[in-house]
Design a protein around this ligand. Structure first.
Ligand code: ADP
Ligand code: MG
Length: 626
């Protein structure tokens, strides 16, 4: 085929610009990216060769080679992996197939350090070569294709690239970087070996460079023909724990996660029994940018007897543990296991259960022994862990103990155990309140009586909380009750005198309550005298088993509740018999209707809701004030 010039997809051009600028201060990572691609290509070959052994072309063992030419100022990363056909080269090196690229680009802030970390996580890999090169040539041939089907791809990393066919005897890929003038440091064996050991030591393939020898005549180092392996090239997880240092674990974590920070915790085990496998699992310190996305790549790599099978093995851990990174190496699975087969395999089920338990133990240990670290973990990943309450029934009790909340006593870090230990004598239930924000929760009138009696209430302000509470109905034999639902029954916490006073007040207000019911028939399902209010004149509560106002608003925002249905969720209005405004109701005949509606609307505002007819509210308040 003749030489062809093609344009990069618009997104690639944008990305190229961002990558070369944002990563400039940490440009050595281009080598990690190219080595990781070479390693992926070898993994792919090994995997495809399971079905078609001829792809190995009987040839040399798989390896990655780094070579450089000082005179030509080129650095070459070579692999004898799967290679690319012409179509593949055009598609893989000219477009971005990955979903979420746009979303990723929107996250970039212009702050170099922050962006560099994001780009690292995202792995925009190949294009990072252009940070150090003003031209990249890729020569490649796909495994199994004839020598005439080689491809040369060239680009200066601006608007376009060229492709042409070439003869190429060797399977695999050479990525040739024509280094920029200011990137001559990468024409140095020590420098390259240093980067390899920093980022790529545990790539399970040998990474090789030519041996170097001092030539006294020329008085410089010269390269020999013999190749030498410069990385450890052993799968870390296969070595005994006792021989691995913490630093090595951390380096391994960095190499698989692209995370610059050390992990918060890790766990390395060989599991024996019905299903045999090795697990090396890490809990990161920081959440990746797309953690909220349940479809995001899972972080666990699956190996079978040291052969890499797949990344993103979602079947190996439940979705609510998608932040965990690591490796699982199975002894039992067949090498040709597919994603579909993974879903059904009994061995995978055993691995999944075992790994889930492992992660939970790791978290329990952190929570017990390193409270600060656990608090950090909770800030980053708590919301995701909460999903487990609805997803993982078998571990629900363990998960419940790992939950942390804000409460009326502390702004964060309250566990259910802490709460139970502090419960008042005679208190039967665990009380919770959901709201949009912590300040809104703290200001809620529903808390008044609990405050006065010194009863702690957990304050829940994450979007998943309402959903989670439908699964978290009791803890340690104690019912979990929303303070915004049903009539408050404080039981033994209320003394006889209080009960009697409330009854009398209710009796006295009966006619007012009846009239309120009629006046507010469109808005309130019921009206009753409250025992939960101290300072506020009124508040809204949901009936037992009905949707709270907070949940109705959430669903409406999410488009899951139509406006008509939302209107049909009518709350109960509770009034404070001792409040002056309420007492005025029985005296101020002329303004009864205005007072009634203002009372209701204020209760809506107090729980963070919005008025359906704000103008009417203003009119009524004005009338009352003048
Ligand atoms: P990623 O590795 O995350 O897919 P990259 O930008 O690093 O993204 O690489 C883009 C694609 O180019 C790879 O997915 C792969 O298909 C192809 N590619 C890159 N380098 C090689 C290589 N050495 N051998 C074969 N294919 C490669
Ligand atoms: Mg890559």
């Amino acid at each position: 085929m003749n030489k062809q010039t093609l344009s990069f997809q618009a997104e690639v051009q944008q990305l190229l610009h961002l990558v070369t600028h944002a990563l400039y201060s940490n440009r050595e990572i281009f080598l990690r990216e190219l080595i990781s691609n070479a390693s992926d290509a070898s993994d792919k070959l090994r995997f495809e060769a399971l079905a078609d052994a001829s792809l190995m072309e009987g040839g040399a063992p798989l390896a990655i080679r780094l070579s450089f030419d000082k005179a030509a100022r080129t650095l070459t990363v070579s692999d004898n992996g799967i290679g690319m056909s012409e179509e593949e080269a055009v598609a893989n090196l000219g477009t971005i197939a990955k979903s979420g690229t746009r979303e990723f680009m929107a996250k970039l802030s212009g702050d170099q350090q922050h962006d560099a970390q994001l780009i690292g996580q995202f792995g925009v890999g190949f294009y990072s070569g252009f940070i150090v090169a003003d031209r990249i040539t890729v020569e490649t041939r796909r495994a199994g294709r004839p020598a005439a089907e080689g491809v040369r791809w060239t680009s200066e990393g601006t608007g376009s690239f060229e492709v042409e066919s070439i003869e190429r005897a060797e399977r695999g890929t050479d990525v040739i970087l024509h280094l920029r003038e200011d990137a001559a440091e990468y024409l140095d064996r020590w420098r390259l070996a240093g980067i390899v050991s920093k980022y790529s030591d545990h790539i399970a393939l040998p990474i090789q460079m030519r041996k170097q020898r001092w030539d006294a005549d020329k008085s410089e180092y010269v390269l020999e023909d013999e190749w030498e392996t410069v990385n450890t090239a052993s799968a870390l997880w296969t070595r005994p724990k006792s021989e691995i240092t913490e630093e090595q674990y951390h380096a391994f974590y960095r190499s698989i996660s692209h995370d610059a920070e050390a992990p918060l915790a890790y766990s390395h085990n060989r599991v024996e029994g019905r299903s045999e496998y090795t697990q090396l699992l890490f809990v990161p310190s920081k959440a990746p940018f797309d953690l909220w996305n349940r479809e995001r790549a899972a972080g666990v790599k699956l190996y079978v007897r040291r052969v890499f099978i797949m990344d993103e093995a979602q079947a190996l851990l439940p979705a609510y543990l998608r932040f965990v990174r690591g490796v699982i190496d199975s002894n039992d699975l067949p090498l040709n296991v597919s994603r579909e087969l993974l879903q059904e395999s009994r061995d995978v089920k055993a691995i999944r259960e075992g790994s889930t338990k492992r992660v939970l133990s790791m978290l329990e240990e952190l929570a017990e022994q390193q409270t600060d670290k656990y608090a950090g973990f909770w800030r980053e990943f708590g919301v995701v862990l909460k999903e487990g309450m609805g997803e993982d029934f078998a571990n629900r009790e363990r998960l419940a103990k790992l939950l942390r909340f804000a409460s009326t006593l502390h702004d964060e870090g309250v566990s259910l155990q802490d709460y139970v230990a502090r419960m008042k004598e005679g208190q039967k239930a665990i009380y919770v309140l959901t709201a949009e924000t912590l300040p809104a929760a703290k200001a809620s009138p529903q808390l008044e009586v609990f405050r006065r009696k010194g009863i702690e209430v957990l304050l829940l302000t994450d979007r998943v909380d309402e959903w989670m509470l439908s699964f978290l109905t009791e803890f340690d034999g104690k019912e979990i009750k929303s303070v915004a639902k049903g009539a408050v029954d404080l039981g033994e916490l209320q003394d006889a005198e209080e009960k009697q006073r409330a009854e009398q007040a209710g009796e006295a207000l009966k006619p007012v309550v009846e009239r309120l019911k009629t006046a507010l028939a469109d808005k309130a399902k019921d009206v009753r005298v409250s025992s939960r209010l101290v300072e506020s004149p009124a508040c809204l509560v949901a009936d037992e088993g009905e949707m709270s106002g907070h949940l109705a608003r959430l669903l409406k925002q999410a488009g899951q509740l139509k406006a008509d249905d939302a209107a049909r969720v009518r709350p109960v209005l509770e009034i404070n018999a001792e409040h002056a405004l309420v007492q005025r109701l029985s005296r101020d005949e002329a303004h009864f209707d205005d007072l009634a509606h203002v009372l209701f609307d204020q209760a809506v505002l107090a729980e963070g809701g919005q008025l359906e007819d704000a103008a009417a509210y203003v009119r009524r308040v004005t009338a009352l004030l003048s």
